[in-house]
Every structure is written in structure tokens, then in C-alpha cells.
Design a binder for this molecule. Structure first.
Ligand SMILES: *Cc1c(COP(=O)(O)O)cnc(C)c1O
Length: 405
């Protein structure tokens, strides 16, 4: 794969990664986004802010996470040497807390008293409510009423943490309707309120800022693999919903030409439009992934031939979204990262395999990355080194798995 020079690594001044990214929003959102961009630019250069983030990642979230050698999976596949980056061990059970801590502390620095967030399955809502409680911020989470019904336990968790959960009853009553409501709230209350967006999506500066808050994953992994093996890995694997855990792992390795990067999307029930959430792997076999604008950014979006946003499906809620982060679209175009998809069934099989071989029940999202490694392993040699990002743990997925039994 082609390397990317260190000087090329940030988006340009307009927030563009090549042709992708940018700021496609109504006039009313321009001022809040510019205020956020200025505040973030100052904060990232401030050693005291960075120290505060690092401290919270360590004491509250549980960083650094281990890089564990998966010895039984490795010998079972008799392929490459596989290491797991254990983001599943973090507080609230996934990588999402990295970004919530960063944005929560930034909101406080900006003098905001309140954060708002959108959530689909509830995982980002729980992480946001958790950090808001810790930092003494008011918290409102928007959630489609359909999702609230499906994810009652997470609604309960958020309320227990002191957050207000507002049901959104319009449209499909799911994530995209919740995002629209959160946007409306932000425009109305911007003086007091920060919008804590949950992945590398949305208008500039979100894709850059969320990436930066997750870059700690790859920074730790690089040091850890060098300590364990004395050299860089040959492969990185991560699942891609919006793309935040993947970009967090990849970022530190972009300039290392010999490190191959694989982003694994949701292949769902198969390649037909509406059956999957493979935006970038689409080019090869999955239908519907084309450049377009969704929720403020220009990127690959699943759409029908009229340009209408397509329905999506995945067994894992975290991968079930029609758009992908703009930096991934750019990495795909540049040939720096490769994107592929595995099906629901393959992901469930990988989850079970990791459970019995390693004593780890991964999130169904993370199991997609494990599944792709398992499929490629027979074609790899024993001296190759692989790092798989285990973005989260599977406790939240027990009901879904029970249906698969
Ligand atoms: C939310 C979530 C994802 C998907 O989000 P990305 O932004 O693509 O990382 C993946 N894994 C887990 C465990 C999640 O909770």
C-alpha cells in the first residue's frame, strides 16, 4: 500500500481530505462550527489541556489498554501472529469514551454548561452521559423512539447517570431523526451547549477532532508492538461504522508504507441495497456506495439510483449507518487503506470463536474485524504480525446473540 507523508495527514484549512469532508451545513450552523474549530485549535496546542485529557483517559477510562497476544487464536488459525488491542476493557466497554472525554473537557474549557448528543443503539449516549456526570455537565441525549424501545437498558443507564433522554418521534424514529433534533437544539442553545458528536462524521472540525481524540489507540499500539516484537506490524484490522476506532488505530501508521490497513464494514445479509452497510467495499461487490453529502460532510453514502439515502442493515448497531467518515473515503481513493465487508453470520461465528479460544466476548462490531482476519489467515505466513482493534465488548449483544442460537 502507498504511504502518506506526515505533512499530508491533517485535513486542509477547509476541512477537506482530498475531495471529501468539508462543511455542508445551513448558515445558522456556520458560527457554532467556527467557534468550535477555533477553540479546538487552541486547546490542541495547550499542554495543560492535553495533560488533563491524558489524566482522565488514565484514571477514569483505564488507559493504556493492553495489546494482548492472542496465542490460542493464532495457533488455531496456524497463520500470522495476532495481537488484540483491548479497547473493550475501557470504562463503558468501548473506545467511545476516548472521544467523549476529549470533547467533554473541551466543552468545559469553552465555558459550556451543557452537552447534547445523538444516539442510535445507545452506546454513544451512555458514554456521553458518563463523561457529563464526571465533569458536572448537564446532558441531553436525543434518541429515536423506535431505538428507545429496542434499547431500553441503555435508556435506563443514561437516566441513572443523570442525563435527560429525549425521544424523537419523527421520520423513521431512529438515529438520523435524532441527529436532526440534536442539530436543532444546538442552533437554539449554542451559547451554553456543546454538541458531542460520536464518530468521525459531520462537518469540519468533527472528523478531524474525533480522530485526534482516538489517535491514542494507534500511538499506544505502536509502542506496544515495538516493545513486544521489535518491529512494526504487517497488518492492522478494524471495523468501520462511522470509522472512529479504525482511524484511531490507523492514524499513527499512515506514513509507514509497509503497514497494510484493512477497514471492515458490515456486509449484513448480503450485497443487495438495503441489506448491508458497506459504503466503501461497495465498489467491488456491494450495491449503492457513491460520493454524496450526508449530515454536513461529503463522503461515500449508500444511495439508490435517484440519490435517495438507502436503508441499511447490520447485526451490529454500531456499523449500521449509510455514511462513512470522509477520511476513510480519501484513504480508500488513495489506496492507503483497503475496505472490505463480512456478513452478519461471519461476524457471529468470529465472536463465538474468540469467546472459546481467548475467553473474550467481543462486541459484534469488533467481531467483524476478527472475522476478516480469520478469512485471510490461511493466505498469510506465520511470521506476519497482525493487530486487530477490539473496539468494544459484547455484553450489550447478548439478546441479539441469543436469537442466533
Ligand atoms: C460505536 C461502535 C463502533 C462503530 O463506530 P466507529 O466510529 O466506526 O468506531 C464499533 N465498535 C463498537 C464497540 C462501538 O460501540
Amino acid at each position: 500500500m502507498k504511504s502518506i507523508a506526515a505533512t499530508e495527514q491533517t485535513p486542509d484549512a477547509r476541512g477537506r481530505f482530498g475531495a471529501y469532508g468539508g462543511r455542508y451545513v445551513p448558515e445558522t450552523l456556520m458560527a457554532p462550527l467556527e467557534e468550535l474549530e477555533r477553540a479546538y485549535e487552541e486547546a490542541r496546542k495547550d499542554a495543560a489541556f492535553r495533560a488533563e485529557v491524558d489524566q482522565a483517559l488514565k484514571d477514569f477510562a483505564g488507559r493504556p489498554t493492553p495489546l494482548q497476544f492472542a496465542s490460542r487464536l493464532t495457533s488455531n488459525l496456524s497463520g500470522p501472529k495476532i495481537y488484540l488491542k483491548r479497547e473493550d476493557l475501557l470504562h463503558t466497554g468501548a473506545h467511545k469514551i476516548n472521544n467523549c472525554i476529549g470533547q467533554g473537557l473541551l466543552a468545559k474549557r469553552m465555558g459550556k454548561q451543557r452537552v447534547i448528543a445523538e444516539t442510535g443503539a445507545g452506546q454513544h449516549g451512555v458514554a456521553t452521559a458518563t463523561v457529563a456526570a464526571r465533569l458536572g455537565l448537564e446532558c441531553t441525549v436525543y434518541m429515536g423512539t423506535e431505538d428507545m424501545e429496542r434499547q431500553r437498558l441503555n435508556v435506563f443507564r443514561m437516566r441513572l447517570l443523570g442525563a435527560k433522554v429525549v425521544g424523537v418521534d419523527s421520520g423513521s424514529k431512529t438515529l438520523k431523526d435524532a441527529i436532526n433534533e440534536a442539530m436543532r437544539d444546538w442552533v437554539t442553545n449554542v451559547r451554553t451547549t456543546h454538541y458531542l458528536l460520536g464518530s468521525v462524521l459531520g462537518a469540519h472540525p468533527y472528523p478531524m477532532m474525533v480522530r485526534d481524540f482516538h489517535a491514542v489507540i494507534g500511538k499506544e499500539a505502536k509502542q506496544q508492538i515495538l516493545a513486544a516484537e521489535g518491529r512494526l506490524p504487517d497488518w492492522l484490522f478494524a471495523c468501520v461504522g462511522g470509522g472512529s476506532n479504525a482511524i484511531g488505530l490507523f492514524q499513527e501508521f499512515l506514513a509507514d508504507a509497509n503497514v497494510k490497513m484493512i477497514g471492515v464494514e458490515a456486509g449484513g445479509r448480503g450485497p443487495g441495497l438495503g441489506e448491508h452497510a458497506a459504503r466503501l467495499a461497495a465498489a467491488a461487490e456491494f450495491a449503492g456506495g457513491k460520493p454524496g453529502v450526508l449530515q454536513g460532510t461529503y463522503t461515500y453514502v449508500l444511495q439508490n439510483s435517484d440519490g435517495q439515502i438507502a436503508k441499511t442493515h447490520s447485526v451490529s448497531a454500531g456499523l449500521d449507518y449509510p455514511a462513512v467518515g470522509p477520511e476513510h473515503a480519501w484513504l480508500a481513493d488513495r489506496g492507503r487503506a483497503e475496505y472490505t465487508a463480512v456478513t452478519d453470520e461471519e461476524a457471529v461465528h468470529a465472536l463465538r470463536t474468540l469467546a472459546v479460544l481467548e475467553g473474550i466476548i467481543p462486541a459484534l462490531e469488533s467481531a467483524h474485524a476478527v472475522a476478516d482476519v480469520m478469512q485471510r489467515a490461511p493466505r498469510m505466513s506465520k511470521d506476519e504480525l497482525v493487530i486487530v482493534n477490539l473496539s468494544g465488548r459484547g455484553d450489550k449483544d447478548m439478546e441479539i446473540l441469543a436469537k442466533y442460537a
